[in-house]
Design a protein around this ligand. Structure first.
Ligand code: HEM
Length: 409
């Protein structure tokens, strides 16, 4: 590239578009770095981007910053209706208090105690996946297809009491609907229509699942949430959709990005093999260095002064979590992958009242998956670097991580 990437020489919009362009999906970080040149900046359409760690943190904790999407192109459109013809509420990720807090509390009550006892079961699931790879005897693993995707799907389905047989149905629906999280400018009109259609199909599927659980409750989390009587029917299937999608479209990227980091830093792989305790700081560093959720969006409901900028009420603000994670004002040598860095206050799970409810589960799955990969596979080498990436700019991760190895235990 002849012109250095900088918001001195290019507009904020140009740099942002470059960051989310599919060609740059393997390495958007130089563009995020350029946007950090102005930690809070206005875009041509009146929207704003926040790229500094301190600025993003301030906005995540400010009650004048709403999670409800009301700005152009980002609206949770009220005309969205459920299969019963009634308006669909936004998932609590896109609600403010008090509605957000009520729904979140019901989920936290059910999720947290269940996750606490899951390590043994997750170890069994990972062992089963790696046994299947060993049985193929071809010296190859695709970390995404063989482990990173099936593990979180199996875990979230079990938690929610959804049969494995449904996986093929919602896999595509989840992939198609999550494209809707991407910045509107990266989507063609045909893709936008397609996302709406996928959303309708997903809502139909989720309604079926809720009906099944009502008729035949099990000892799963969804049955317990239904039994609590805290959620209206429409809230139930929207919350179920949020958990199902958040529960597997993100963790896949954490495991895949972690495997990539290990394969690119063989010293880290050796260290993890020698010391399973190393998995905890390692996963935190993956969440900082290469976060599965690159950005989130908010709308201001009051005027906000931040640094020298003043963001007016009613503005759409994009919080570039991935840019904040490499802010040199917060992290020494931010482009170095260093699991032992002190004070790793990354933004990988967001912050404030919307901090990820699945954080403990995602950490556990990734720690177990990466430890077992390191422990069982010898002589691993990446067959494609960079690997191919999925379309999504927000939930960013490789579509495959093909690896050859010498031996698997
Ligand atoms: C590596 C895996 C994961 C990552 C990186 C991740 C990341 C995030 C981030 C950044 C947010 C905040 C979004 C915002 O503020 O706009 C969030 C919220 C959320 N996540 Fe996760 N997540 C992961 C896994 C999970 C899992 C496994 C579940 C469910 C079991 C889950 C459920 C949720 C929910 C329900 C919210 C909304 C919380 C709220 O609004 O209060 N996530 N996640």
């Amino acid at each position: 590239m002849s012109t250095p990437i900088s918001t001195e020489t290019r507009s904020v919009d140009e740099v942002f578009h470059a960051a989310v362009a599919l060609d740059h999906r393997p390495d958007p970080y130089p563009y995020w770095a350029a946007l950090r040149g102005r930690p809070v900046a206005e875009r041509a359409d009146g929207g704003w981007v926040a790229a500094g760690h301190a600025e993003i943190t301030q906005l995540l904790h400010d009650p004048r910053v709403s999670a409800v999407r009301t700005a152009p192109g980002q609206a949770w459109r009220p005309e969205r209706v459920g299969p019963d013809g009634r308006p669909v509420p936004a998932p609590f990720l896109r609600q403010d208090p008090p509605g957000h807090d009520r729904l979140r509390a019901v989920v936290v009550d059910q999720l947290v105690p269940r996750v606490a006892g899951m390590r043994g079961h997750i170890e069994e699931l990972v062992a089963g996946r790696l046994d299947a790879v060993a049985a193929r005897r071809d010296g190859r693993i695709d970390v995404v297809a063989d482990l990173a995707y099936p593990l979180p799907v199996a875990v979230i389905c079990e938690l929610l009491g959804i049969p494995d047989a449904d996986e093929s149905r919602f896999r595509e629906l989840a992939r198609r609907t999550t494209r809707g999280l991407d910045p509107i400018e990266t989507l063609r009109p045909s893709e936008q229509a397609e996302i709406e259609q996928a959303g309708r199909e997903l809502r139909g599927y989720l309604t079926e699942v809720v009906t099944r659980h009502r008729e035949r409750p099990g000892d799963d989390m969804l049955s317990a949430i239904i039994a609590s009587g805290e959620l209206a029917v429409a809230e139930l299937f929207v919350t179920l959709g949020l958990l199902l999608i958040a529960g597997h479209e993100t963790t896949v990227n954490l495991i895949a990005n972690g495997a990539l980091a290990l394969l690119r830093h063989p010293g880290q792989l050796d260290r993890l093999r020698a010391d399973p305790e190393y998995a905890a700081p390692l996963v935190e560093e993956v969440l900082r260095f290469d976060p599965p959720v690159q950005m989130s969006a908010r709308t201001t409901v009051g005027d906000i002064g931040i640094g020298r900028a003043r963001i007016p009420a009613g503005s759409r603000v994009t919080l570039l979590l991935a840019a904040g994670n490499r802010d040199p004002r917060r992290f020494a040598d931010p482009d170095v992958f260093d699991p032992l860095r002190p004070g790793n206050a990354h933004l990988g799970f967001g912050g404030g009242i919307h901090y990820c409810v699945g954080a403990a589960l995602a950490r556990l799955e990734a720690q177990v998956a990466l430890t077992e990969l390191a422990r069982r596979i010898d002589g691993a080498r990446l067959l494609a670097d960079p690997p191919p990436y999925r379309d999504n700019a927000v939930l960013r991760g490789p579509s495959a991580v093909p690896v050859a190895f010498d031996a698997i235990r």
